[in-house]
Design a protein around this ligand. Sequence first.
Ligand code: ARG
Length: 463
Amino acid sequence: MTKNKNNQAIWGTRIQNSTSSFFQKVGNSINIDKRLYKEDIIGSIAHVEMLFKQKIISFKVKNKIIYGLNKIEKEILKNKFEFNTKHEDIHMNIEKRLFEIIGDDAGYVHTARSRNDQVITDFKIWMKSSTNKIDQNLSKIIKTILKVAEKNVETIMPGFTHLKNAQPLSLGHYLLAYVEMFSRDKKRFLKNIESLDENPLGVSALVGTSFNIDRNYTSKKLGFKKPTNNSVDTVSDRDFVLDYLYCSAVCSMHISRIAEEFIIWSSDGFGLIKLSDKVVTGSSIMPQKKNPDLLEYIRGKSGSVYGNLFTMLTILKGMPLSYFKDLQDDKEIVFKTNDTLVDCLKILDEVLNNFYPDKRKMLELANLGFITATDLADYLVKNHSMSFRNAYQKTAAIVNMAEKKKKRLEDLKIEDLNKIEPRLTKEALKVFNLKNSINSKKSYGGTAFENVRRMIKKYKRMI
Ligand code: ARG
């Protein structure tokens, strides 16, 4: 067995000159992957337990290794472990220290495995728990939105298309749109658990191993559903990383959209919502300013998250099978994405708990732009047996007339309407009322107040 003298690389017998010191400095990953120390130790313990069960290592060696690994974990927790860039990554750092603690028996820990399967085993365990944390943060946001929506079922605001007043709706209904988006994010992330649940450990460097290992045993021990099927694919595959990054990109796009929405709504031009002082910042020169920096921050961060997805896609493109050093960057990309996304989810939750709709302003804006014109067209179809296109033209003429007279639709007199459609009676004017308009949208998924209340109840049962 190779002697592992301190500070000598494990491959020091074969490679007799030390690697370029500059490359050692830039090519190591310890400061990034030390985050995987817990998973690495758990993985190694499961591995040696399996090796013992399969009679590949002795009881004594297994116990010594587990003792050493537990000691290392305590050292790391107490900040007493010295992470050394010379030993490249977390796997080598731990193995090196194991030699120092238990001596040459540490040399058995790497039987029937390689860093190639070790690293993705650690990584997948880490990503599963990261996914669960993201899921919890998403649930928290959904709960907050439901709380705000519940208070605003009857808050009337203009719904926009092209940012022009389109049709009136309930603010509660509007917010529930984001519940749908964040629920889909949850589903998307949880679906990726399926691939994260396949255990890479035991495929070794790329072809499997001649040792009589039991991969089902380590799968069970480490909480995986099953072992991966193909050794070459296992060490080359980073689809689970791409899926995670894609889920994150979509989620951050949703965060960015609601952020943009709130930035517009809180602008002086719109003034539909107010942000409390907790979620704004000031200006160094303009004393009056209260800027929506938190929202701008999370809108901007979606750019980095998209970038991470593209970085990983590009690293993988054109890479032959199986493991290459290029893959080392996957950890940094995922860790950065996780940290950014979790921060953004927390910030969004804070904003959602600290904004106030200006109901008067919302109503005022909803009263502009002939917003109930479609309701009149629908009325004509239903009550005067017209085709929708015909009704649309008549209504457009009525809108033109209102615009000329500088009046809102509801301020027109029935005599005015009759110049365009003589059959209309006073009864028709009711369709211009915002509340009537909203409450007529009873179709499944529509904005009628009772629909919104029902949906909130449904979501609450789900969460
Ligand atoms: N630090 C490496 C990584 O994260 C571990 C795998 C090393 N394997 C190798 N064959 N050099 O990718």
